[in-house]
Design a protein around this ligand. Sequence first.
Ligand SMILES: [Ca+2]
Length: 209
Amino acid sequence: MQTHHTQTLYLSMPPEAELQKEFGRQKFTMEMTERKLDSVSESVKELESLRSAVARLKCSLDRVLHNDTVSGCCPLGWVLSGSSSSCYFFSSGGLPWNQARVFCADHNAQLAVLKTEQDWDFVTGSTKPLFFWVGLSDERTGEWEWVDGTPYIMDRSQWKPGQPDNWKGHGLGGTEDCAMIHANGQLNDDHCSRSYRYVCQGHTLTHTH
Ligand SMILES: [Ca+2]
């Protein structure tokens, strides 16, 4: 009699109410998942700030050990240029130009902008004999400009003889709009979709902003 009664109750429950219950359960699960994701992304942020704190500590320690003669410190894997107190990253893997630009920006840096002779010599001294993208392109306006938006003043001595030639024979569509440092340390314009190593340029860790 009791069983029969329960079954009657169950059967008499309208399907909308069942759906409503199920919806409530799903909503709860989703909220729990969202909360967990939030806490994961919080942990990632905390790790990131811890990593940067450790890097700063290492930097301070280096300064003490070297009697304060070190002008600045670079993140692990980046190198300090002697003259400009910039940190440079010379990638070991290749990316298309735009992805390389994004990689540098994601690391609080930019694809290398080489406006002084010292910066130019430092970077080309390290890239030879490999190919590296730098932050120079004429893709946006047809005029050569640095990724920080400043125009590039044409200096033929920085380019390989005959470059930039805006070559179309590569079969990749379009022309050559991005600049890379060739094996000999001079520039060549190449197709932006090609994957080359790249040079990022950022501030030292002791930089205050
Ligand atoms: Ca070319």
